[in-house]
Design a protein around this ligand. Structure first.
Ligand code: SF4
Length: 398
């Protein structure tokens, strides 16, 4: 039994290994070439979790997310060692949502069975598109058939909660081909679907070669987004966040922690944490990370960007992340948590978005419309550049 006072926590473990590197990807991941790297990395993660055990003693983690990279690019024995270490070092809640990310061709029914027996109850599979030409332009090395085999293997291993990633805005993708991918996917009845807008991230091969491709224009992308939402909702997947859709009761508990500004601890190179009002991440270099964790004599500082989140920044994050959710933000909650009258400080800025149909201010809640979600980056950066929040805090709260 644990008391009401014990806080919930999310745990994220980053596995930076991939079988191939996709042209659009800017996650910290690579194709491992060094002998013994999997074992050394698992050792480092385990030691790092042990080091945080006491700090998290009064927290009850109710979500664990092993992402990457491709966790299943790692030998299953090593992955299981990591899962066991999570369970050993943290007092997981009895109904913890325990997710592992998977790519097609990296896991079979045997792998899924072993993961389930170790405690994994949710799998997130990267499909991205069901169209072979689109998969090729993303340099994904699996086919739709590979994906389907992977999906069915996970179901055969009794994984009851499966999420699948799709993308829109892929070179040469049309509204119809996106809808065909959604049609195909929803016929398999996954529990959760993420639909991301392909972004050209600086420094990636796709960004460097962008002029060789024809990308859908903005109007087409907006039509894709709207038609995709309509189709997903008709098929029983309710949108709850800009890019996320779920069947009833299957929203991602772990990702909701990010959007609700709840605490999470991340382990591994490049992994982020929000813990004890501090945000920080770990160095994006596996060898530095391993050395920093396993060899204290090296005195390597592997923590990057440690920042205490002040009241003002917390409010900014609450608004920025909360407006990603369909239910938006609660005005009374902002008053209670931060002592701020949202209408007084943000009302003027919101007026134009409300007038043009990008935002709705109803009762206690403010939320973005579909049009607003499509341009959410613009709206949020405009809203949060509001420079005078600190100055209007007579109590010096910020
Ligand atoms: S599989 Fe995922 S993490 Fe690996 S390169 Fe592709 S997009 Fe990046």
């Amino acid at each position: 039994m644990y008391s009401e006072m014990q806080k919930k926590l999310g745990i994220y473990i980053h596995i930076p290994f991939c079988r191939t590197k996709c042209a659009y990807c800017d996650f910290y991941s690579f194709i491992p070439k060094t002998e013994g790297i999997y074992e050394r990395y698992a050792d480092a993660l385990i030691a790092h979790m042990e080091a945080y055990r006491d700090a998290a003693r009064d927290r009850i983690p109710d979500s664990v997310y092993i992402g990457g990279g491709t966790p299943t690019a790692m030998p299953t024995d090593q992955l299981i060692r990591i899962i066991k270490a999570v369970k050993k070092n943290f007092k997981l809640s009895r109904n913890t949502e325990f997710t592992v990310e998977v790519n097609p061709k990296t896991a079979d029914v045997k792998t899924f069975r072993r993961l389930r027996r170790a405690g994994v109850n949710r799998i997130s599979i990267g499909l991205q598109s069901a169209d072979p030409t689109e998969l090729k332009s993303l340099t994904r090395t699996h086919s739709r058939v590979d994906f389907e085999e992977c999906f069915k293997d996970a179901r055969a291993a009794k994984i009851k909660n499966i999420s699948v990633d799709l993308m829109f805005g892929i070179p040469n993708q049309s509204v119809d081909s996106l809808l065909r991918s959604i049609d195909y996917l929803t016929r398999l009845h996954p529990d959760h679907i993420s639909l991301y807008d392909l972004k050209l991230e600086e420094g990636t091969p796709l960004a460097r070669m962008a002029d060789r491709f024809i990308f859908p224009d903005e109007d087409t992308e907006f039509e894709m987004y709207c038609r995709a939402i309509e189709m997903l909702e008709r098929r029983g997947y309710k949108q709850y966040e800009i890019s996320n859709f779920a069947r009833p009761g299957k929203m991602s508990r772990h990702n909701l922690k990010y959007w609700n500004c709840e605490e999470y601890l991340g382990f591994g190179p490049g992994a982020y944490s929000y813990f004890n009002s501090n945000r920080f991440s770990f160095v994006r270099n596996i060898e530095t990370y391993i050395k920093g964790v396993c060899d204290p004599a090296s005195q390597l500082n592997i923590t990057v960007g440690l920042e205490q989140i002040s009241g003002k920044a917390q409010l900014g994050e609450y608004i920025m992340l909360g407006l990603r959710l369909n239910e938006g933000i609660s005005i009374s909650e902002i008053g209670r948590r931060y002592g701020v009258d949202f209408g007084e400080f943000y009302g003027k800025k919101c007026e134009k978005y409300i007038e043009y149909g990008y935002m709705i201010y109803r009762g206690d809640r403010v939320y973005l419309t579909r049009e607003g979600m499509f341009i959410s980056n613009y709206i949020l950066s405009d809203l949060l550049s509001f420079e005078d929040l600190g100055a209007v805090s007579p109590a010096g709260r910020f």
